[in-house]
Design a protein around this ligand. Sequence first.
Ligand code: FE2
Length: 259
Amino acid sequence: MSNINILFVGDVFGRTGREVLSQNLPEILKEYNIDHCIVNGENAAHGKGLSMQCADEIFAAGADCITMGNHTWDNNDIYQFIDDYAVIRPVNFAEGLPGKGYYVIDGPCPVGVLSVQGRVYMEPCDNPFESAYNAVMNLRSEASVIIVDFHAEATAEKAALAYYLDGLVTAVVGTHTHVQTADERILEQGTAFISDVGMTGPHNGIIGMDRTAVINKFVRCIPQKFRPAEGKGKLHAVVIKADTETGRAEEIKRISLDY
Ligand code: FE2
């Protein structure tokens, strides 16, 4: 029996997030003996979307695949490279849109990566449960190890998808809220789960944005221009250890590092 270690890095937010990643990811990959690295990059370009330059930075830091979410189309650059890069957007977006919802990272043990978006308190999209199940069935012929990024707001929806896919995938990791949860565990049939991996970016803002505009929005209820917060950064991630034959998770470990 052999196993591999996969690092999943929580939403990289703006310049601070990209710098934290570029400066520290290579060392983290070594320290945790990581075979493959997946990064959620949907907030990498100024907090909204992903430019080609930001994608290049994230890959140069050591990522094998970038996952997206509700901000997939916020930076127009994405249309130039989403079909060619190892960048995946939620599989349950409207049919015929550019890009792909899942991807297989090549290697001695190929790793399937799937992106799905939730529907609770999110923009409308197709049924995440049906879409995820169908995509997993396709991926299973190519990879025994499968990691699902469930980009969603509600913890109940995230837990429901994790249990729905328990035993069919290696891990279901939540993204989008930018708050790392302490509920990481391995479910009964061997799927690792965490409600939210957290955020890699400036942690003295409000979910990455500068505090003043966010507070004004809540206090005064008028539109505000948001900009990414500055200052010190954090890296949030999980390490998943997987059995390469069965695809079952053996361990899921949270990482939260201050920089
Ligand atoms: Fe998001």
